[in-house]
Design a protein around this ligand. Structure first.
Ligand code: NCD
Length: 333
């Protein structure tokens, strides 16, 4: 069955017999796909974050509720956090995972197409998580499966589940409205950046983009953000904006995406922060990074109260549990 990769969440009409406030677990997502954050409304995002907060507060309430549910993991690119936190989330909910494993040890190495692989694995599982080096791969794959497909990164494109945990972390530490955020590093190839920038257009934010000129946001993303009426500014140094920021989101230069390694060498090692660089930052600054870091955040920053990247990574568990619960909920009634 061919499905469309359109809007993910279908809120049920309010039931008049349900007393306000309505618990968020009465929301259900349709069995559909999560490909980019462009498809998410503010209501969609809040439903996931609210459910994640409930799960974070009382994880035992959902433990074991998805006994027998299987999540298929297809990672065509390296991953530590995304893959392991999806696995942890599914298992904490009582389900299990089946993992394609390394590309070299799968039939991909025999030349099997992505379409054929996902079609088969979709038949084994209740939902799929796909990471692939090609932009657009998740959209294409979603057209061949009839279980929800979650994009865990498609090349330099999007990484929507990372964004949901980023938003959860921002909401906990700085709030999502009246927010001034600086997003720094590889804005050209960084899929976490693209997904976050689009998602933030649902909130009252000012977005500052800090990068070398060669790694600026793709022009089409800038265009879209303007179209959404979001206030954005581009900079080539952090100093000019640091003092104004509530959140500083640092990213790794995506070496693997550079067609020309000389170009990578020209920018590698630029845009690093250490405790001294941050001397003028607000005390309440929230410093984030999707991880893995290479050298863009010096270890002395870890000691600062503003360092939030490990907490951010931990938030991947309740957020992915919430997402799976909202996507798979119908089948558990
Ligand atoms: C990011 C990714 O894969 O895009 N990692 C992650 O999922 N936490 C960021 C990166 O690799 O730099």
């Amino acid at each position: 069955m061919v499905r469309n990769s359109v809007s993910v969440i279908d809120y049920r009409q309010p039931n008049s017999e349900i007393q306000e406030p309505r618990p968020t677990h009465h929301y259900k997502m349709r069995h559909d796909h999560l490909i980019t954050t462009k498809q998410l409304s503010r209501g969609d995002i809040e439903a996931v974050l609210d459910r994640a907060a409930e799960i974070d507060a009382e994880p035992e309430a959902v433990a074991g509720t998805y006994d027998g549910t299987l999540l298929g993991l297809l990672f065509y690119e390296p991953s530590t956090r995304t893959k392991m936190s999806f696995e942890t989330a599914m298992k904490r909910l009582g389900g299990d995972v089946v993992d394609m494993g390394a590309v070299e040890s799968s039939s991909v190495s025999k030349g099997e197409s992505l379409a054929d692989t996902v079609r088969v694995i979709a038949g084994y599982t209740d939902a799929l998580v796909l990471r692939h080096p090609r932009e657009g791969a998740a959209t294409m794959a979603s057209e061949f499966v009839d279980v929800p497909l979650l994009n865990a990164g498609d090349g330099a494109g999007h990484h929507p589940t990372q964004t949901l945990l980023d938003l959860y972390t921002i909401r906990e530490n700085a709030g999502l409205d009246d927010l001034t955020i600086g997003i720094m590093g590889d804005l050209k190839y960084g899929r976490t950046v693209h997904s976050l920038a689009y998602a933030l257009t649902n909130f009252e934010t000012t977005q500052h983009f800090i990068s070398p000129p060669s790694l600026q946001l793709p022009r089409e993303v800038v265009y879209d953000l303007h179209q959404q009426g979001t206030s954005i500014k581009e900079h080539d140094t952090l100093e000019s904006v640091l003092e104004t920021l509530d959140v500083l989101y640092v990213t790794r230069i995506q070496e693997e995406r550079f067609p020309d390694k000389d170009e990578y060498r020209k920018v590698a090692g630029q845009y690093q922060i250490d405790a001294e660089t941050l001397a003028d930052a607000r005390e309440g600054l929230t410093i984030m990074h999707p991880l893995p870091r290479v050298d863009e955040i010096a270890p002395d920053v870890d000691e600062l109260s503003q360092a939030t990247y490990f907490e951010q990574a931990h938030n991947g568990i309740p957020v992915r549990m919430a997402l799976l619960d909202l996507l798979l909920g119908d089948s558990n009634e």
